[in-house]
Design a protein around this ligand. Sequence first.
Ligand code: ADP
Ligand code: MG
Length: 758
Amino acid sequence: MTTNASATYRIAGMDCAECARAIENGVARLDGVRECRINFGAALLQVQGTASRSAVERRVHELGYAVVDETAQPAAPSSSLRSAWAARLSERGVSGFVRFLLARSETTWAALGALLIVPGVLFGELWPLVSGRFITSPLLDVLSIAALIAAGWPIVRSAWRTLRINRTVNINGLMTIAAAGAMVIGAYTEAGLVMVLFAIGEALEAFTMDRARVALRELMQFAPAQATVLRACVDCREHIGQGGYTGGPCPFCGVHEVTLPVNEVLVGEVVLVKTGERIPVDGVVCSGGGFVDQAPITGESAPIEKSVAAEVFAGTVNLDGVLELTVTRRAADTLLQRIVRLVEESQARKAPSERFVDRFARMYTPAVTIGAVLVALLPPLLFGAPFLGEQGWLYRALELLVVACPCALVVATPASVVSAIAAAARQGVLVKGGAAIEALSRVRAIAFDKTGTLTRGEPRVALLRGVVCAHILDARCVACDDVLALACALERRSSHPLARAVVAAAHERGLDRMYEAAEDVQTVPGRGVRGMVGGRHVIVGSPAFVGSEDVRADVGESVIEVVVEGRRIGRMEMVEALRPEAANALAALRGCGVVETMMLTGDMSTAAERIGRAAGVDVIYAELLPEQKEVRVRELVERYGAVAMVGDGVNDAPALAAATVGIAMGAGSAQAMETADVTLMGNDLTKLPFVLRLSRAAMRTVRVGIGFAIAVKVVVLLLVLSGLGSLWMAVAADVGAALAVTLAGMQLLRVAPKAAGV
Ligand code: ADP
Ligand code: MG
């Protein structure tokens, strides 16, 4: 099969970001590959071009990795003995790791190598240290060489193929040279130990990294694999031929419950979800109702009531009641699927610090390799120092090669970023990649949109008055009804929250069909709408938009005016409820390094003041057009360095883009979710302090991890140069540091919102 489009492959066995690049380079060299990118965090390879799937898979395999079939069940280990063993062991901890080792032949050989090397280490390396006496025995040497072969052959093979295909020496290559050098000196146990430690260390890293990736994909497990579909019985075998029935929908059977794999369910079909079941697809309730736990998607713990016409999402739980849903999306396109894909794919957007480390690593390895050659040759040539032998300069150069592995450096960022993103996703916060995490960690000021962000975005018409009326509040008159009916005719064409409020109010009073929907409608973002209603030119919008001076609101927060043929005929006052958690969330931001909060709104300043003060924002900017919001955000970025903008993403898009971090409310459109760096799926502002703390913790972990890795390298380097080091010590330090850094990153999975929800 050839494809010209882009294809995505999930790779197994990737343990280090540096090695991952070998895959990228190797696949890029295939014929027909136009572009190829590896996403280490999510273990995804994206290939564009005409290369066939099998060619890509073969190349990946050649380089020592495997492509996992996304649709298949979890792969069973190939050999039956191994699978029998593996099946007994659980997923986590030591037994989980043993299971991981047994799942692939390379790692199984490494485990065998680890057993074979034990006598050599005990009697050849440790016993002399304790007793001062050396034990030499051909048996020990044979065992150590066997260990070297068992653990080392996959490493040597990968090194050779990378050299042949990519024309570069990768870390496997460095290890191969080191082990070969040790063999030349006659240090067989050392040589074996280098391979064993390296192979086991890499496997352990891959295992840990996989666990972090699983946490990221954990969301997916929320989607049931099967759905109960209500289908008419078609071509019923039982009843065919009876009562003139010849085929098609059976008139005797009615609707059947059929259990199907979710990806066979079609849009428009009706799915039955019983009490306590997970909803298998995205849909709209067409019958029944009840409470649904949406935590897998929004992170919010309170159940949401769903009745007919409500939207429900795959992965959420039907707590009580029985729901019948009309399917709105195929299983591959559900919100849950899109979220997982979005988060995984955005992994490729690397944090600036990560790009730096990558560049650094690319120069670091060749530099140390050259250094190693010089160390091996110069002292013997210039000063007649020993070349071979236990502490000869060849040996020290080999140690130096091992020190050259940049694994711990390059794994620090992805390990932390993947874990932080997974921890955020568990709380219903989607963070797109390392760049977003890094930007979040620097945020010093946060700007909020008003409507739909600080408020619930469900305003209500609180007062309606025609200019020719003099009646008391709430009384109805023909003139007022006409104001509302005209406004409604126009607002039916708008999706603004205020427009929805106007339409709802008109509907309540039975005025929504008085006029045909407006024609030639023009929406002016941040100001209002205008158009033709029944041949008359009507404008609905802010007082500033219609050129009116009188903007005092009596009972509501904001005012919109209605103008017909250039004449004001009435006004409406709107009230909006603040989100209940807004004030708490803003107060909690102070403790997270945010020095100032502000509100940006297109609404008039009196309304802005009222909402802004209730929420507790520091600065209020009102009467801003969408493009002025953007200008304000740019100014703030200049003043504070890093600024987050939180908006509902509809008319805030330019401001979201101008901010260092754009944060969208999940209630906004799917498009908003795709443009923002961060999405609060549950529309819960208390998740802001949480995600700020999380991102700061993540960047701290990255910095400490990189610092630690460098420190370890420097110490080992000094030991090596002073002749106190040993090869296996260098390997142990390298894989140990990489592992420590990965484990530290995984600790971020534990970060959760503080008690009281903040
Ligand atoms: P915010 O910044 O609070 O999200 P907008 O920028 O969307 O508000 O709108 C600013 C003001 O413009 C509103 O307060 C309202 O007066 C007016 N406006 C915008 N769209 C409409 C509309 N569809 N109908 C009536 N008024 C509107
Ligand atoms: Mg808004």
